[in-house]
Design a protein around this ligand. Structure first.
Ligand code: NAD
Length: 486
């Protein structure tokens, strides 16, 4: 089995204690992953602290930008190997991994190089007795950043954090998900090959609670914590970061609505909504799980979605025709199937799927679930409130714009929402009314690295993207210099 070691102080650490990682498509073990103990996490934080005082601490922004550009080019040259590692961890279909997810991760690294290059200078002049004061805003690295990442878009989500943190001159200890350790290790190896000094980017593997994740976020040598994952984990991480206190960036869960108006382009709305439900087997924080359809088009829209669900092709993740991969783990599969059972018990009308997906060998022991659509439940049903994180959604009818905005907002989450309508005035009104960090109109999951991204309510704290990322990964200092009148 492939060994996946930790990476500390520029060196791979002999494996020691570890755990088996399973291929989600087959259910067979395919890697032996190191489990970092508290001492190794401490060593990683110490290496990151020492690196701040080394050559990295003396780099200019231009040198760091040049490093990120070299890294992006190196990632591009190694695209096939990164794709293979990501598939081995997640079972994602090769087409989406090769054409979308890894290229987007590379694009992130380049984008944050450009964002750092274009960071505006802030200067304010203040009149004071006898002259003026010039206030210049300077950026200083925060220090050692602890990054805790999820498994659903492993490398892509990591680059949202690692690239701006490096651009701002920080050092990093990453704890990737125990379900997707490979590409974080590859990133550290590639960064070293591109000349990143030892200790600047460290990777510790392992589990979360009472393990490497918790050791990292509660380590007093970590100056800030950046986390993407479940809301409950975010609460635990915020409690840990309260000691200090240290700043936290939390990108958390969602229960994202799609609002389908009768004046939409129906074919585009069906195709876009299907993608927003079934991409990555529904394991995207931005996935649509609540669909509100205006009454006159409900039947046609629902029929179109059912057809899209049935057209998905589960299968070998490495085959180009495959469009549906498995859930990430046996535990996640059981969670999804448990919620499918809840939907049935709550009286849902099952429009498509509803259970486990039986697959032929060698995938018969993989973690497959059926793409699933329900209707007929009230908004208060558990399946309409709780994030499933699977390829499923509930469809319901609406009659009125204000009604549907209120129903879409009646959620403890507020990460992303999608509106399908050809009326620009309606798009503006509805977009303004939705309590959501991102609202897409007539598209889905279009992201510009310069735009802020994050959640309202229990979907998160803070924003990633553009200047917001630079601000999180920088201590801002005002240098106020008195200049006497000539
Ligand atoms: P998770 O919270 O279970 O795990 C995320 C990471 O946290 C893992 O690395 C895990 O080991 C670690 N962890 C768990 N408990 C910890 C603790 N007590 N202390 C420190 N670390 C701990 O989430 P997941 O299952 O990996 O990811 C799915 C969730 O992530 C979903 O809720 C999804 O909506 C959310 N998500 C949000 C975004 C976003 O941008 N808002 C993006 C992707 C995923």
């Amino acid at each position: 089995m492939e060994p996946v070691p930790c990476f500390v102080g520029g060196a791979e650490v002999p494996l020691g204690a570890g755990f088996d990682k399973h291929d989600p498509a087959t259910g067979q073990p395919n890697a032996r992953v190191a489990e970092a103990d508290a001492d190794l996490v401490d060593a990683a934080v110490s290496a990151a602290r020492a690196a701040l005082r080394g050559p990295w601490g003396r780099t200019t922004p231009d040198q760091r930008i040049a490093f990120l550009e070299r890294l992006a080019a190196h990632m591009e040259a190694n695209l096939a190997a990164i794709v293979a590692a990501e598939i081995a961890d997640t079972g994602k279909p090769v087409t989406v991994t090769t054409n979308i997810e890894i290229p987007r991760a590379i694009a992130n690294v380049r984008a944050f190089a450009a964002i750092a290059r274009q960071a505006p200078e802030e200067t304010y002049e203040t009149k004071v007795a006898g002259g003026k004061a010039r206030n210049r805003v300077l950026r200083h690295p925060v220090g050692v950043i602890g990054i805790v990442a999820p498994w659903n878009l492993p490398l892509l989500l990591l680059t949202w954090k690692v690239a701006p943190a490096l651009a701002c001159g920080n050092t990093i200890v990453v704890k990737p998900s125990e379900h997707s350790p490979r590409t974080a290790l590859m990133l550290a190896r590639m960064a070293k090959a591109c000349g990143l000094p030892d200790g600047v980017l460290n990777v510790v593997h392992g589990h979360g609670t009472s393990a490497a994740g918790q050791f990292l976020v509660s380590h007093p040598g970590v100056d800030a914590v950046s986390f993407t994952g479940e809301t409950r984990t975010g609460e635990a991480i915020m409690r840990a970061a309260a000691a200090g206190p240290r700043p936290v960036s939390l990108e958390l869960g969602g229960k994202n609505p799609a609002l389908i108006f009768a004046d939409c382009d129906l074919d585009a709305a069906i195709a876009g909504t299907a993608r927003s439900m079934f991409d990555n087997c529904g394991q995207v924080c931005l996935t649509t799980e609540r669909v509100f359809v205006e009454r006159p088009i409900f039947e046609r829209f629902a029929a179109g979605l059912v057809a899209a669900a049935k057209a998905l092709k589960p299968g070998d993740p490495r085959a180009p025709e495959t469009t549906l991969g498995p859930a990430i783990s046996a535990v996640q599969r059981e969670k999804v199937l448990g919620l499918y059972a809840t939907a049935k018990a709550e009286g849902a009308q099952v429009l498509a799927g509803g259970g486990a997906l039986e697959m032929p060998a060698p995938f018969s022991h993989g973690y497959w679930v059926e793409p699933t659509l329900w209707a007929g439940l009230p908004d208060t049903a558990e399946i309409c409130r709780r994030e499933v994180f699977g390829p499923c959604a509930h469809l319901s009818v609406f009659d009125d714009e204000d009604e549907v905005v209120a129903r879409a907002n009646a959620s403890e989450f507020g990460l992303a929402a999608t509106v399908w309508s050809t009326d620009p005035a309606r798009v503006e009104r509805v977009g303004a009314g939705l309590e959501s960090g991102t609202v897409w109109a007539n598209c889905w999951r279009v992201r510009d690295e310069r735009a802020p991204f994050g959640g309202f309510k229990r979907s998160g704290i803070g924003r990633e993207g553009g200047a917001r990322s630079l601000d999180f990964y920088s201590e801002l200092k005002t240098l106020c210099v008195f200049e006497p009148a000539a």
